[in-house]
Design a protein. Structure first.
Length: 447
């Protein structure tokens, strides 16, 4: 057994030392998420808000929606916040407002939730996947620059896991090419970049109110932000079937309106968001201390903070070395510790995108992250004892872990952008593919 294994095995210090819990102090379970704890504190206010909406009879785009939009715009320091039915619809509406359509290309990361790419394909455009920075898991600006072509219509950086993409690099690239930036900030409300909130940096920001988000509703919901009056006007029109005035349709839009009950619940939660975000930051810092005391550096790479802005820690993603990720997750599940893999199959390797011609090895950093990363509990109400248990169970695993799994065979060399697309002849636009999706319970879909 290696020296590092031995260190991990003996790192069972008491809670006072800031290390992982001793074996006798390990808790029987730690959930990945515990929305019931948040609800328990706000139950009376939430129930009163729902009752008020029911009594009003104004259920869709009512006064509560208008008030929520105004509060969000004020909080994020943007002139426009436009609500919609989901974070997925926010992405779709943003691209519609930018007139993305057949024959266009949109550059986005492959290491993200499916909705980022599906919004592109639903409009008949083609997603062009870029690799990520292996340390931040965010889109690599250099790879973005290489993949811009005359067909590129927009860039969609994803502020993944609560951390802002490198906008210092991306903004000049977009300006130089004359391209708009759609910020996918579904996981990063209140994250900042040099003091500016995400969603106020590019041309459009897309947010989600899915229950697992830092500001989550009691169902689906989302909103968009923009500093551009012209885009705001188009978004408001597109979300209601392109209708203005009633029953007169200027353009073909979609039905994507936020329910008043969701808006009322979110107004109850919104004043607590900053404190919840700070609690996530405290939990992230504490994890760093506990992992350091556990001596697991040879096995677990913990995420870094963002010095140029506020990291809001929607997820706490660790990288597991030696091919042990899946075995560690099975061990943690057996011990009652909740985890998740975001994301096990990169988008460019998904079956529904086979027709685009991507192959294993095209995005090496993305593919490696999909094989090695694991999300640990990070929700605001997570206790120090629970965090010590999480790290203690990980140390427990590596005490008995076998030697590192040999590195897999070398993947095929990564293709250049030229061999991937530029030399190919222009292809006629194809109709968007319709993919039938099979999912389990809604609560199991943690986007």
């Amino acid at each position: 057994m290696s020296t590092t294994h031995s260190t991990a095995a003996t790192a069972t210090s008491s809670p006072q030392t800031g290390g992982p819990a001793a074996a006798a102090d390990l808790l029987p379970s730690v959930p990945l998420l515990a929305l019931d704890r948040q609800y328990a504190v706000l139950r009376a206010d939430i129930q009163a808000a729902i009752t008020r909406v029911c009594d009003s009879g104004k259920f869709v785009l009512g006064p509560d929606v208008t008030d929520l939009e105004a509060e969000l715009a004020r909080m994020l320091d943007v002139p426009h916040a436009i609500s919609c039915a989901s974070g997925s619809d926010a992405l779709l509406l943003a691209l519609m407002a930018l007139d993305v359509g057949p024959g266009d290309e949109v550059i986005l990361p492959s290491y993200t939730f499916f909705a980022t790419a599906s919004a592109v394909t639903r409009l008949g455009a083609t997603p062009i996947f870029a690799d990520i920075d292996p340390h931040t898991y965010l889109i690599d600006p250099q790879d973005v620059a290489k993949k811009i072509s005359k067909r590129t219509k927009a860039l969609v950086p994803v502020h993944l896991f609560g951390r802002t993409a490198d906008m210092d690099a991306l903004l000049p690239i977009a300006r130089s090419a004359g391209l708009p930036i759609v910020e996918d900030t579904a996981q990063s409300i209140l994250s900042t970049w040099h003091g500016r909130c995400t969603g106020a940096i590019g041309d459009v920001g897309c947010f989600s109110f899915y229950p697992t988000k830092n500001l989550g509703g009691m169902g689906d919901g989302g909103f968009l932000t923009t500093t551009r009056d012209d885009i705001a006007q188009k978004l408001k029109l597109l979300r209601v079937h392109g209708m203005e005035p009633r029953y007169y349709h200027q353009v073909i839009g979609i039905n994507s309106r936020l329910d008043s009950i969701q808006a009322a619940v979110l107004q109850v939660k919104l004043p607590h968001l900053d404190a919840w975000t700070t609690a996530r930051q405290v939990n992230a810092a504490r994890y760093g201390e506990i992992f350091a005391a556990a001596g697991l550096a040879g096995h677990v790479t913990v995420p870094s903070d963002e010095p140029r802005g506020r990291h809001v820690w929607n997820q706490y993603i660790v990288r597991i070395a030696g091919g042990h990720r899946d075995a560690l997750r099975a061990h943690l599940q057996k011990c009652g510790v909740g985890t998740e893999i975001y994301y096990p199959v990169p988008l460019h390797m998904q079956k529904c995108f086979e027709h685009l011609g991507w192959r294993k090895g095209d995005l090496p950093h993305t593919e490696q992250a999909a094989e090695e990363t694991l999300a640990l509990p990070i929700f605001p109400e997570l206790s120090a004892a629970e965090q010590r248990t999480v790290v203690g169970r990980i140390a427990e695993f590596f005490q008995a872990a076998p030697a590192a799994v040999p590195a897999p065979a070398q993947t095929p060399p990564r293709r250049t952008d030229e061999t991937l697309r530029t030399d190919a002849p222009e292809q006629p636009a194809q109709s968007p593919h319709v993919v039938r999706r099979f999912v389990g319970r809604a609560d199991d879909v943690r986007c």
